[in-house]
Write a protein that binds this ligand. Sequence first.
Ligand SMILES: [Zn+2]
Length: 685
Amino acid sequence: MFKRFSARKMVGFNTEQLSKILKGRFILVFDDGELLTTARETIFSSIFWVFHQQNPQMPMKKSHHVRNYLGAFQPDGNEWKTQKYFNSKSHIDVGNAVYWDAHEVRNVDKPHRFDKKLCLLLYQTVNNVYNFLASLDGYELSFNDKDYLQIRFHPFVDAAQKALTANPKIISEQSKKVLNFVKTSPELDNNPLAKAVRSGLVRELQFMQCIFVRGFIEDNDGHIFEEPILKGFIDGLSQFENFIESRAASKSLLYNKKVIQFVEYFSRTLQIQAMTVKNLHKGDCGSNSYERWLVESAVIDHATGRTLKDCDLVNIEGKYYKLSPDDKELKVVRKTDTHLIGKTIFLRSPIAGCRHPDPHGICSYCFGELAASYDEHNLGMQCGADAGEQQTQGVLSQKHAQSSSIADPIVIDDSNKHIFKTNDERDSYIITDNLIGKDYYIILNKAECPGFIDLDYIESVNEISSITHVSEITCVTFVIKNKEFEDQYTVEVCLGSRRSSLSKQMLAYIKENKPIIKDNNYVINMKNWPGGAPFSILPLAQESPYIRAAKIQSLVLGDSKNLNSRDTPDAPKELLRKLYTLLNTGQNVNLALVEVIVYSLSIKNTMTGDYFLPKEGDRMGLGINSKVMAMRSLGGLMALEDHAKVILDVESYEDKPRLDHSFDVLLKPQEHVLNYDPEAFESSY
Ligand SMILES: [Zn+2]
């Protein structure tokens, strides 16, 4: 019933010509299948087909058409409905698919080449998309108060608002219901505001605050006001409600200044430090060392259904791996490789050891397929900037992401204060000092600790990247032995639906001191528990971006107190896992970038003062940021901070081999120019 056209034949026409020829709906035939689509969608997609014009050998795939990302047409009477709306990211999806398919055919022998010409073409094409959309301004839609009121006073929305009570769970449930209604109800198909929500043009959360409910308000110090605002902005706020709502603005001011300053300054430190890993050499060094990596599935918050941490496959995509170190062929991790979940794979990684002789560089196979996105400019700086940008974005979007607050800090009941205390952030339970060394044991529900079985199969608890997979506990029973009798206390270690997970230190203790299974419970003797470390930790979900950024900073910079404990062969791997987990909770930073950051902190030996980057077969340890910068060439440190300290430090004048820094040219231009050899490590790629 629909006409069929060949998509490839349309490549010969430009967007303007197609606008005149194409009408209505038709079937487009691609190299890998067919799509039922419309003239409008095809005209939009054709802007990207300039890639096919310039590279006739590349395939013509369904993924090069925007309809591919919107789901199939669904016949619905006379109306035609789609599963998804065209949104502000649709052109990125199409552009991405077209770019990498073109990259593949253009760089068959050199898959890691940074293709400047193609990049320029993509840049121009995206610009053309904007120009094309801007030329459609005659068809723009606007909305007015009536559109707001149509939604607000729709019987469904009105009833849902009347059902609201001062209960966070009910607020969240009703909000979900209303949002779903606005997004799917046929009655609102022609409401421009509903259309804007459906296409992602306005933020769902802000829309809900206007139209439905503002909810619980949190103060700067994390205190949540007892009385929520049970209506939206469109209903008007009372004086009290205005007062407490103003705290949201105050909070964003706070984030804007203090936290952004903090995060950005750290980002700068990170970039200057990571700049030491200067060169990305395209090609394979042939290294035979691998990093063991347990591929974990996504972490979902059971209470809200939100994904806290994506499946590892998303964040290690593009890394080269083998299923066993003895395998012949290297494979590439793809997002779709779900068969890898739960398996330990062996990754090529600079942390395992790259063989490339350049003291400032690694090869593109140890880095990963992402190499094709990195040009010949300083690799470490680009990785540091990309990871830092994510932090800044996290802080910036936090002020928009404030919904009704439900996160509470841990409060220890008076009756349990002899058992537990909390840390300063109040997100971890710590066993009190007066129990340390005493004769006592704990009982945990077996069903809440599904990962205990795996503890026997791993070499060290550092292989576990998320503790929520091992245990999620609601309560724990303490049995304390006295002279004649035993005291028994059952203590809750959860907050509402947020269940806490045993800390890595605790898991290591359990691995050492095997639990006894009794009546579907684990019984663990705690006599040898040294204390200090947390017993269990609440999920990261409600962590503020500031606390998260501070954690990342202290992990990366390191403390001069643990200078020696960081210089162990396991330290780089341990830092990699911790940093990877933090950076990939609520956001995504590819493992390859995290590896470069950790690698820039790696050293051969602090004892002998060898602060060069370790290569395959070298002893490997971890330095602390301040020391690493001071013991390498001083260009970086002089660009960072505390110049007086650097100038007055005797160590700065010690004449010994130091690893160069890209900023040395600013400190000693003449020497740099004299010794500069542009071809020293140039790659033939
Ligand atoms: Zn390598």
